[in-house]
Ligand binder design. Sequence first.
Ligand code: SF4
Ligand code: SF4
Length: 419
Amino acid sequence: MPNSKAHAIALCEDKCIGCTNCIRVCPTEAIRVKNQKAKIIEKRCINCGQCVSVCPHNALTGVSDPLQAIEKFTHKIALVDPVLYGQFYEDVVNPQEILEKIQQLGFDMVYEVSRSAPIITDFTNEYLKNAKALPVISSSCPAILRTIQIRFPDLIENILPMDSPTEIAAEIAKEELATKKNIPIEEIGAFYISTCPARSFSFKNPVGRDRSNVDGTLSIKDVFLKISGMKQDPRYAQDKNLLSPEFFPHGKAIGWARLGGQSQSLSIKEFLSVDGIDNVISILAEVEDDKLQHLSFLECQACTNGCVGGNFCIENSFVARNRIRILAEKHQDYQVDKFSGDYKKFMIQKEIKPYDVSSLDEDLSEALIKLEKINEVLESLPNIDCGACGSPSCRALAEDIVLGYASLKDCIVLLKEKR
Ligand code: SF4
Ligand code: SF4
């Protein structure tokens, strides 16, 4: 059953057969398989969901809240990611109809996350004029923020110092509902209809702020299934393009649901958009080596094709990406009102710090002794990174042995040689 409340990946040991598929794809070497059961080292996990995608036995799942969780609050807001629109066939998707159906699930207000995207775009265009380090890296994908904290701490200063679209949308939506109903903000719960486990985790453990405005997450998959089973309002059967005057989907902002949407909304040409956690890691390594300073902006998404590729989505990410493109083009002419308030309240409030997951010992001299031992053990291992021992690489096994989590007997190659 789920291994932790704070973590966004749950492991069901009963289903795990120890096949080791997951350890091969984990970008942070966060998984070990011992006694034919996987185990996640939580502090190393960036919640990218790669392991969830490859597990052939559904032993790993992303964690989100059940719909009943909204009942903890007197007043409820649903924060809708445009990725949800990409799950529906082109000829049935009408954003307004989808939002109305979500409201019927028990929400007082439905707020599109894309409405906050233009705020970030305006801020980014201003920030780029005097950015302290180039390229500026988008702060939208929480798995990427975690990757930078763990593997590329020198690039923390490149991160755009602005909250994510969801965080901003939650703050604006809560203020609007509180004013409209004349109620305290504390009585309002904001629930994000989430694309992936990384986002679910990010609201419980926010980066750059003490507390998130988002109170829970429902998975896109669960919400899609619920509203797909609802009866269609005859108004939409008659006119599938029906849009009420108060409803203005913002084409450019809807486009953020796919890779490149954020970059393309900026007034610059020198940007790069990268998807897939392995590709992102190699690009960040190039940035660290000062090879990409000609770029102004770098948009990195851990999932293939961007958020449409998140674990909580059901549609093929290429198909969903194309639907989002069509929808964004269709609504290109609509614009949300320009934000007239102060951007500063949406800026990151707390310093983003490196996240050290590799320290071998709190005592530096002890850590150095352990490092020496790891190198000694590594020399005795075959160095073929087969993963048969349950550790992702020979170096990881050497570290596990020195830290007491494994023994040389776990190396099957050595065992065969000794026979
Ligand atoms: S992929 Fe990992 S979690 Fe899934 S069955 Fe194999 S070892 Fe277990
Ligand atoms: S979610 Fe990503 S980082 Fe975490 S254990 Fe799975 S593959 Fe590794």
